[in-house]
Design a protein around this ligand. Structure first.
Ligand code: S3P
Ligand code: PEP
Length: 423
């Protein structure tokens, strides 16, 4: 049973969120081509619908028509970000500037994730936000126009950077953000798509606000490299596999996985590199590699592959030698503690893996086999898909509890996996 053939993966989650946000803030109609309609992006869309934004799906295009943020209606004050950290954090930057009192809530997992990292800089801009226990959702926000600040990001987080950029775009005056370690730059690219002026020199971003009204744009969403990662790893590990994944985003701030796979000796080739809208894309050709070698993943590489670490940990179980993942403590505050959950699930099926304070250490067993075990995604979409890929290395069926959490970022995951398996 090998993976063969070609697929187009789900649209990029980060870019779809931003496309929905920027099109909702602008007055008029924006077409978003090939968006991701996973649960997280739907959470962002539903919030803007409560403000009076309309959406329509036509073939592969999401058409957003907005009255513009000056004409939002605020009849409903409870906004549900569901499971989505991106929704909650980016929208805090917007809501803090709107003339309404609104409460942002989330599901059980999101309600445990740290929000102070966003409310702290926003408070310095004058925002009025109350968090549960001064730390988590629900957040009650009484909005008014903020004032620009100069801020150095203490954590390498694109969500925090983007929240401040959005707030700065709507605020009075100049906002400057210094980003010591580069993170995904889709917000910067979306500023360009929607003709919002900003400056980025080295790692310093400057936004002069307020910039309203915002002109509608047109967005082309590439395939999500974080979703493609599951098939890339599956093809590298399952003997006989030969797969093409089309139109995948290879933005430098997201493509760490390609560098790591090359360092591990994995057979991956980028074909037909081009631009899709404002983002670079390529078709990824991946072939089974029997002589994978261990590597170290650390430092500035981490934000370039943060969401791919669970699936890269699985890949490392097949690579000769000891793979070390460090500087990845951010994994502890994702949908689950992804260090513990990844280690515990992979250990259960027989992998030699242990957690550390800021990552994990994996001893590869290229010839070893995994065993059946009782495993769970712990309602974390990336863990659910990682376990599905792990099941390809086990002869008996693997029963994965809460596997449906994959809906968050990839509703068609199993369908696409079956296409490649020829089922
Ligand atoms: O900005 C974004 O779209 C995202 C940024 C990352 O989070 P952090 O900003 O918390 O690192 C990433 O893990 C998340 O899946 C999406
Ligand atoms: C961490 C993730 O998303 P978010 O922070 O938006 O919940 C993810 O998709 O892996």
């Amino acid at each position: 049973m090998s993976l063969k053939g070609s697929i187009k993966v789900a649209g990029d989650k980060s870019i779809t969120h931003r496309a929905i946000i920027f099109s909702s803030l602008s007055k008029g109609t924006t077409r978003i081509h090939e968006p991701l309609l996973g649960a997280d992006c739907i959470s962002t869309l539903e919030i803007f619908k409560q403000f009076g934004v309309k959406s329509e799906l036509s073939k592969d295009c999401l058409i957003i028509t907005s009255p513009g943020l000056e004409s939002f209606c605020y009849d409903q004050s409870i906004l549900d970000a569901g499971n989505s950290g991106t929704t909650a954090r980016l929208l805090m930057g917007v809501l803090s500037n709107l003339p309404a009192t609104l409460t942002l809530i989330g599901d059980e997992s999101l309600s445990k994730r740290p929000m102070k990292r966003v409310t702290l800089p926003l408070s310095q801009m004058g925002a009025n936000i109350t968090l549960e226990n001064d730390a988590t959702l629900p957040a009650t926000i009484t909005g008014h126009q903020l004032t620009g600040i100069s801020y150095e990001l203490p954590v390498a987080s694109a969500q925090v950077k983007s929240a401040i950029m959005l707030a700065g775009m709507l605020a009075q005056g100049v906002t400057t953000i210094h980003e010591p370690i580069p993170t995904r730059d889709h917000t910067e690219k979306m500023f360009e798509d929607f003709q919002i002026a900003y400056n980025k020199v080295n790692r310093m971003i400057t936004v002069q606000g307020p910039q309203m009204p915002i002109t509608p744009g047109e967005v082309f969403v590439p395939g999500d490299i974080s979703s493609a990662a599951f098939f890339v790893v599956a093809a590298l590990m399952v003997p006989g596999s030969d797969v093409m994944i089309e139109n995948v985003g290879i933005n430098e701030t997201r493509s760490g996985i390609i560098d790591v796979i090359r360092a591990m000796n994995g057979k991956i080739t980028l074909v037909n590199e081009r631009y899709f809208g404002g983002e670079p894309v390529a078709d990824l050709h991946i072939q089974y590699t029997k002589d994978l070698v261990a590597t170290t993943i650390e430092g500035d590489m981490i934000p370039r592959l943060i969401d791919e670490i669970p699936i890269l940990a699985l890949l490392a179980t097949r690579a000769k030698g000891i793979t070390v993942i460090k500087d990845a403590e951010e994994l502890k505050v994702k949908e689950t503690n992804r260090i513990d959950v990844t280690v515990n699930q992979l250990k259960a099926i027989g992998a030699e893996i242990k957690s550390t304070d800021d990552g994990m250490i994996i001893t590869g067993q290229p010839e070893g086999s995994f065993n059946q075990a009782s495993v769970s995604s712990h309602k974390d979409h990336r863990i659910a898909m990682m376990l599905c890929v792990a099941s390809l290395l086990i002869d008996e069926p693997l029963i994965i509890e809460d596997v449906e959490s994959m809906e968050i970022s990839y509703p068609d995951f199993l369908k696409h996996l079956n296409v490649l398996l020829g089922n």
